[in-house]
Design a protein around this ligand. Structure first.
Ligand code: AHG
Ligand code: MN
Ligand code: MN
Length: 346
């Protein structure tokens, strides 16, 4: 086994930090599933002999959030479920693409972890050959969880209880970015050998930035502190921030957060007035929480504009949340603007 493999890194974590060997085996299974998804993504229209456009196009169904499922959303979900259900490391799984959590079939042993995932993030980019990804989160299964119990309530734990978080980005290179609570590491898929090779250790997000990522077309629907923040950025050197800002928006959270992981920045998907009853667009349990753990482990910050994402106590599996994540000082600045507005209102 190569000294810079995923297995090698995880065994090192076992020896140095006492990571559970079963968690290692679970992460290796998720990583294998991500390789399979990467292969399907790379095939595109050629997948399965090219019939019906391969992995591209709509699945003709909708998920619990009322979103149209792409074929790749469904394929990636199946790959993750099939890879993980028999290994014996899990007590249950939950996914953006499944209404309810999935228990472990009785034929297989049960483990002590819960796996949550967004099997395919950035679905709007599938057809146009732009980077997409998979996001995952691992929680401990609660002690009292019975063998035949697959109730959603067991998953409703705050993000600071995650024991592992990661994403795979399917771009020009396929990369796996991972934390088990001891910093962030990046692996690059070697397509010749089929191994994830450690290519970056101790990823750090610079505390300051001049780059923001937000869907500006929603600006007229934002609330006052959010509008003020972006107006200040747009005012550049002459404005209150005293510096010019750049903007990037890929519309795949994985790809936008990956850029921030590499060179800093802030990613925002705030609450807006289009659907006032929804706290935001992104989902807490399998999008915001794992990304927040990764970014915090790399020295950045993540809030919903008011509180730390990882401290939110969830009440629903598919709960949505406002997300402000990235370079620490920038996240603190925008969170401060929200706090000032709340104080003024009080
Ligand atoms: P998903 O494809 O899993 O539904 O997530 C898409 C999310 C996120 O990845 C991205 O940042 C955002 O939706 C894009 O939103 P807009 O369509 O408003 O740009
Ligand atoms: Mn997503
Ligand atoms: Mn998705």
């Amino acid at each position: 086994m190569a000294r810079n493999s995923l297995t090698h890194y995880l065994i090192r974590c076992e020896r140095e930090h006492g990571i559970d060997p079963n968690l290692r085996l679970l992460i290796e299974t998720v990583a294998r599933a991500c390789k399979t998804i990467s292969h399907a993504v790379g095939k595109g229209a050629l997948w399965g002999g090219g019939a019906d456009g391969g992995v591209l196009g709509s699945a003709g169904s909708t998920n619990v959030q009322g979103e149209t499922q792409k074929k790749l959303d469904v394929i990636a979900n199946e790959i993750l479920v099939e890879a993980n259900e028999w290994g014996g490391h899990l007590a249950g799984m939950a996914s953006e693409e499944m209404d309810n959590p999935l228990g472990i079939p009785v034929a297989y042993p049960r483990g002590h972890y819960l796996l949550l995932f967004d099997p395919l993030d950035g679905s709007s980019n599938i057809e146009v050959n732009v980077s997409i990804g998979t996001i995952f989160s691992v929680l401990p299964a609660p002690a009292g969880m019975a063998d035949d119990d697959d109730e959603a309530q067991h998953f409703l734990q705050p993000g600071h209880r995650q024991v592992c978080a990661g994403y795979a980005v399917y771009g020009p290179q396929t990369m796996l970015v991972l934390t088990v609570g001891h910093g962030v590491v990046t692996f690059t898929l070697d397509r010749d050998t089929g191994s994830f090779v450690l290519t970056q250790e101790n990823n750090r997000v610079p505390p300051d930035t001049r780059e923001f990522a937000v869907n500006m077309s929603n600006a007229r629907h934002w609330d006052a502190p959010m509008k003020r923040y972006i107006d200040e950025c747009l005012a550049g050197k002459e404005g209150p921030r005293g510096k010019d800002f750049n903007m990037r928006w890929i519309a795949s959270m994985v790809s936008d957060v990956h850029r921030i992981m590499q060179r800093g920045g802030i990613f925002l998907y705030p609450w807006d007035k289009r659907e006032p009853d929804k706290p935001g667009k992104l989902r807490l349990m399998y999008e915001a929480n794992p990304m927040a753990m990764l970014i915090e482990q790399a020295g950045g910050a993540a809030t919903d504009g008011r509180q730390r994402i990882l401290d939110i106590v969830p009440t629903r599996l598919h709960q949505r949340v406002s997300v402000m994540i990235g370079s620490k000082n920038e996240v603190e600045y925008v969170t401060g603007l929200h706090a000032a507005t709340s104080r003024a209102a009080a």
